[in-house]
Design a protein. Sequence first.
Length: 146
Amino acid sequence: MKKIDVTEAIFAIKKEKNLTWEAIADAVGMTDVWITSACLGMNSCTAEVAEKLVAFLGLPAEAKSILMEYPTKTWDQAIPQDPLIYRLYEVVGVYGPTLKEVIQEKFGDGIMSAIDFSMKVDKEENPKGDRVILTLNGKFLPYKSW
C-alpha cells in the first residue's frame, strides 16, 4: 500500500459514508484543514492520530504506518487548471509582492513559516454572496546574518 492508495481509500470511504472533513477531524481531534492535508499526503500523522483515523474510517491496519510517513511536499509547478486552486494561485501572483512588502515592513527581513503554521477556512454569509475567509497564521522567521 502506498500513500496514494491510502488517499484514494479515504476519499472512497468519505463518499460512501457521506462524511465531511469536519466530521473526520472531530473524530480524530484535529482541525479540518490539517486532517485534509494529512489525508492528501502532505502532512504526517502522529501514531495516535493515525490510529484514530484508521479506526474511524475502517482503513486497513497497514494504513497507519503510511499515514505516519514523512511526506515529500511536492506539487505540480504548472499553472493550476482547477478554478478554485487557480484563483489562489492568482491571489499569490497578484498580491504576493504586496504581502512581502507589508510583512517585511512590519516584521523586518524574513519569511512566514509554513512549518510553525496553521490555517483556517471559514464561511461568512452575506446577502451579496457568501464570503470565503482564509486565515493563514505563520510564525515570523527573520533572516540571520553571520
